[in-house]
Every structure is written in C-alpha cells, then in structure tokens.
Design a protein around this ligand. Structure first.
Ligand code: NAD
Ligand code: MG
Length: 385
C-alpha cells in the first residue's frame, strides 16, 4: 500500500490522479485531498476514497466542508497553512497539482517530508527552481515530472545522461491559434482561448497554451529538472500531440515518448515509478494517424515564448517576475479586463520595470512574486477593453 496525498484534487490533473487511484483501491491509501473552494467536489472525492483529511485553502469554506463531511470520520481543515500541513502528513507519494504561485509553499512542505513528489505545478520550478531543486536534494525527496513533456523527457533519458545529451526537444501543440494571423488575434475571447484542440486542462494553463507562454514556462521547468544547459533546450511545434517530447544524444540517436494526449499516462508513470501500471487511456494507432507533422515556432505571433526564453537566459529573478506578471495578465484576460495580445505586453512591461536581485529563499521568491504582481496589476489598469 502506498500512502498518497493530492494537492489540488478538484482540478484537471487532480481529477485524473483520483481516477487512477480509484481504479486500484487495493494499492493506495489516501491521506489528504486539498482544494481551493470547491467543497462539494472535494468532500465527494474524500468520501469515495475514504481519505483521512480534506482541506480547503479558503478558510471561509471550512464550515460548509465540515457540514459536507458530517457523519464521516474524515478530518476537515481550512486555510493556506492547513494545505501545507496536509502536505507534511508524510505521504509516500504526493501529487502537486495546485495551479500557480499558490502551489509553491505546499510543494516546499511536501519536499520537506522527503517522499516522492509528482510535480504538475510547473510555476514552482519557474519561480523558485533553484530553491526547490536544492530543497529536494537537502531533504532527500524524489521529484518526478508530471507535465507531459517533462515526463516524456524523463522517460527518454538513458544512463548516459546528462553528459551525452545534445538537445532536449520539447514539443508544442501550438494551441488553438497556431494558424491564426496576428490581426485575427486582436479579438480572441476567453472561451476561444480555453478551447484547446488536443488537451482538456484548467483555464489558466489553457490560456498559457494559447499564448504559448506555457511552452516558455516549460523551457524554464526543463532547465531545472534536466541540467543540460539552456542552450540545449529546443521547442518544436507538433500540432498532433503524438510525440510528447524527445532527447537527442551526441551519437545522433533521438529517443521520443509517444501516446494519446491523456494526462493519465504521465500521471500513471509517476504513480507507479519505477514500475508501470495499467491505464484506461486510448491506445495510439499510428497507422490511422498516418503521418507526423512538425514546424518551427513563430516568435512574432507568440512573443510570450520569446519573453520566457529571455528570462531563462538572464536567470536570477527574471523567471519569477515573468511568472507573476503572467498570472495577473491571464486572470485579467479571463475576467475580460485584458485583451489576448496584451497578455505578453503586460509581462514584457513588468519585466522592464521591475528587475530585482536573484532570490535565495522561498520567502524571497514570494516577496518578488508579490511585488511583480503589484506592477502587473497597475499595468492592467491601463488596458482599455
Ligand atoms: P485546475 O485549475 O484544473 O486545478 C487547480 C487546482 O488547484 C484545483 O484543485 C483548485 O482547487 C486548486 N487551487 C486553486 N487555487 C488554489 C489556491 N489559492 N490554494 C490552494 N489550492 C488552489 O488546474 P490544472 O489544469 O489541473 O493544473 C494544475 C497544475 O498542473 C498547473 O500548475 C498546470 O500548469 C499544471 N499542468 C496541468 C496540466 C493539465 O493537463 N491540466 C498539464 C501539465 C501541467
Ligand atoms: Mg505540458
């Protein structure tokens, strides 16, 4: 029996993780499930999986969580600190699937326990990569990448890595606007942006995919997970999402991981690692697909990708500022206050106006994140919709 905790259990990745765990109840014991405010979904999942504890990050929801769990033996807790406490319960395996900077402290709390952390929350490596990787080492925690590209790379790295790696190639679907001309991008609505052609995901990452900021965040994520150097990280647009990423070696060999676009495959890999487990995912039918197609990314129509590359090259606090500004801009876009093309402009302006020194602790990262948000929020006020 493996004890598991899911941080962000009511989201897209959290739901896929629950699906796998519920198919193999004999193999897993659930310690804690957490959510932001979705009490109904959280309580239902906690009851189904017989979890020991259910936690809402928003303390105002604690009373309704208690009511929903009345008559069960499941503990209820509320507040951001309670989410971190849940992450510290000592699970063998923790899924980190909270979206955004809100995930940073819980990820750190899980790392301190020294177990295995399946990391979906890419923002924690983007903003605090050096701090997180050092903490994983210090506490003897095992960090397994869940993001499909990084999970693919992880599967393709052989024993010679990293010294024999010539290039890591992250594939990108290109999102819903891969072929949309720049003029047509002026009027993109939130509903259009969250409708991803291949993957079903939460709203924030769907918008990131549409601007291709997601691939930029993934470059920074890869830089921390796989220490081959930023100049060995490439992006290749592959609209079909069949190849989830590749590793090219010095001898000319290229290893790729393929599959249908279903997050349950990379999650299952992290859940069973170093073994493998069955999933109900649709199987890949290459004869039906016929041919695989690739193109180079367009840095003019997708400036967010360029901004992320520059932030990675500059290092220090730049990725944390980029990430914070992007979260503000995306939230502004989803609420109708920001136009699609202004998302990257807000990020660029925030990077221009705020250039702090490299953070060395998580608290320093969070202070930079908060300050970058203030700049970005001011910039959002200039937007005319
Ligand atoms: P989602 O929006 O569907 O779910 C987010 C989860 O985080 C929910 O359970 C929500 O309740 C919780 N949450 C939100 N705000 C919170 C807060 N302030 N405090 C505590 N909990 C909070 O998001 P998702 O699509 O599942 O993505 C989760 C993470 O995984 C993101 O970092 C995303 O980039 C990454 N990721 C997602 C996918 C995917 O296919 N969805 C793929 C790769 C990586
Ligand atoms: Mg990804």
């Amino acid at each position: 029996m493996k004890t598991v905790t899911i941080l962000g259990a009511t989201g897209s990745v959290g739901g896929s993780t629950l699906d796998l765990i519920e198919r193999a109840p004999e193999a897993f014991e659930v310690l804690a499930l957490t959510a932001n405010r979705d009490v109904e979904k959280l309580a239902a999942a906690a009851i189904r999986t017989n979890a020991r504890r259910a936690v809402v990050a928003d303390a105002d929801c604690l009373e309704s969580l208690r009511a929903a769990l009345a008559g069960t033996r499941i503990e209820a807790a509320g507040g951001a600190d309670a989410v971190c406490d849940a992450a510290r319960m000592g699970a063998d395996w923790t899924m980190a699937a909270i979206v955004g900077t809100a995930g940073l402290k819980p990820v750190m709390a899980a790392l301190e326990g020294g177990g295995t952390i399946a990391l979906a929350n890419k923002e924690s490596l983007v903003s605090a990569g050096a701090v997180m990787m050092a903490a994983a080492q210090r506490y003897g925690a095992t960090l397994l990448p869940v993001d499909s590209e990084h999970n693919a790379v992880f599967q393709c790295l052989d024993r010679s890595a990293p010294k024999a790696v010539r290039r890591i190639i992250l594939t990108a679907s290109g999102g819903p606007f891969r072929q949309t001309p720049l003029e047509g991008m002026q009027t993109i609505t939130p509903a259009q942006a969250v409708a991803h052609p291949n993957w079903s995901m939460g709203a924030k990452i769907s918008v990131d995919s549409a601007t291709m900021m997601n691939k930029g965040l993934e470059l920074i994520e890869a830089f921390h997970l796989f220490p081959v150097g930023a100049d060995r990280l490439d992006v290749l647009v592959h609209a079909q999402s069949v190849i989830h990423s590749m590793v090219e070696y010095v001898d000319g060999s290229v290893l790729a991981q393929l599959g249908t676009p279903d997050m349950r495959t990379p999650i299952a890999y992290a859940l069973a690692w170093p073994e493998r487990m069955e999933t109900p995912c649709e199987r890949l039918d290459l004869a039906k697909i016929g041919k695989l197609e690739f193109e180079d990314p367009d840095y003019v129509r997708f400036p967010a990708l360029r901004l992320a590359r520059e932030a990675l090259a500059a290092g220090g606090a730049r990725p944390a500022v980029l990430n914070a500004a992007n979260e503000v801009a995306v939230a502004g876009f989803l609420s109708g206050a920001v136009k699609f093309l202004e998302i990257a402009a807000i990020v660029a302006d925030t990077l221009d106006r705020y250039d702090p020194a490299a953070p060395e602790t998580l608290d320093a990262v969070l202070a930079i994140d908060a300050e970058a948000r203030r700049y970005a929020v001011e910039r959002v006020k200039d937007c005319v919709v």
